[in-house]
Design a protein around this ligand. Structure first.
Ligand code: GLU
Length: 300
């Protein structure tokens, strides 16, 4: 069996909702079905967006749903030195550069036009650090396990920010360094992150990291047809067992795994055992999944 290590990497900007449960569950089942490991990474690189207690709440929610991770959780706030080392490597290779431009200055362009590539335009001002996308101009390609072949033109991607002007690390760099350091073989996550993957592939290439396999999951929409998200005030997942059981069943339904109806009230461990045994990526539909009452019996 090929080596498998997956991960769930929530941003603790609030508690998990049904959409995040679906992503956590799919990556958990894919890992367990493969006899692999499943890691937890708390993506708290942006402290102002992460209220105190949210990461703990997320861990309690995962436990209530029986989604137990292997080893200790990795916290991004502890990872400054690793991110800095990666950025230094890119700078030394001429692949990253400081940039003083503001979004306002290039608002008429679809992506940042690379004005600071040859030197900071306004020295003395705060700088962000960007990845050069204009070197070795090869299309960025990968085979997504659900969405098939993906191909992006580097000119459309632009020079992605690796470190922000306020000194905070950008998600794209942190996720790539962490996936590599944690030895992640398989990334299973929501469709909304698919368009971030090309930058992550570029960075993996620039840093000579192995490339994980990718499975992006169908988008989960609420009853109103809107994406479930913290911004749309999707309700937090409960942790009481009576509420957890039908929701877990609903998440398996949202993943097109067709769990038997009688499993709906079964203990979490029993539902998960069934789901690991029956997990099939081939059943997943690439169409957005619209939840309805029975599917996602969330409390008000
Ligand atoms: N932290 C990201 C989120 O919560 C997920 C990152 C990933 O899975 O790559 O949306």
């Amino acid at each position: 069996m090929t080596f498998y290590r997956g991960r769930f990497a929530p941003t603790p900007s609030g508690p998990l909702h049904f959409g995040s449960l679906v992503a956590a569950l799919a990556s958990y089942l894919d890992a367990r079905r493969a006899g692999g490991e499943w890691r937890l990474r708390i993506e708290d690189i942006d402290p102002p967006r992460c209220p105190a207690g949210a990461a703990d709440a997320i861990q309690r929610q995962l436990e209530a749903f029986g989604l137990h991770w292997d080893g200790p959780a990795l916290w991004q706030h502890d990872r400054h030195d690793a991110y800095q080392a990666a950025l230094t490597r890119l700078v030394d290779q001429g692949l990253a550069y400081p940039c003083s431009c503001s979004r306002k200055q290039w608002r008429d362009y679809p992506v940042y036009p690379g004005w600071c590539r040859q030197g900071v335009r306004e020295p003395g001002r705060p700088v962000a650090w960007r990845l050069r996308s204009d070197l070795g101009l090869r299309p960025v390609m990968w085979q997504d396990r659900l969405f098939g072949e993906q191909c992006f033109d580097p000119a459309d991607l632009g020079d992605v920010v690796l470190k922000r002007k306020d000194g905070l690390w950008a998600y794209q760099l942190a996720v790539v360094v962490d996936d590599a350091d944690q030895g992640i073989s398989d990334v299973v996550r929501g469709f909304d992150l698919l368009d971030n993957t090309p930058w992550q592939r570029q960075l993996q290439h620039a840093l000579s990291y192995p490339e994980p396999r990718y499975l992006h999951l169908p988008l989960i929409l609420g009853e109103d047809g809107q994406k479930l998200s913290k911004q749309n005030l999707a309700p937090a997942l409960p942790t009481e067992d009576e509420a957890v059981r039908p929701l877990l069943h609903g998440a398996l339904t949202a993943l097109d795994q067709a769990p038997p109806a009688e499993l709906r009230e079964a203990p979490v461990a029993e539902q998960l055992a069934w789901a690991i045994d029956h997990w099939q990526v081939a059943r997943l539909s690439a169409e957005p999944h619209r939840t309805h009452g029975a599917d996602a019996a969330l409390p008000d």
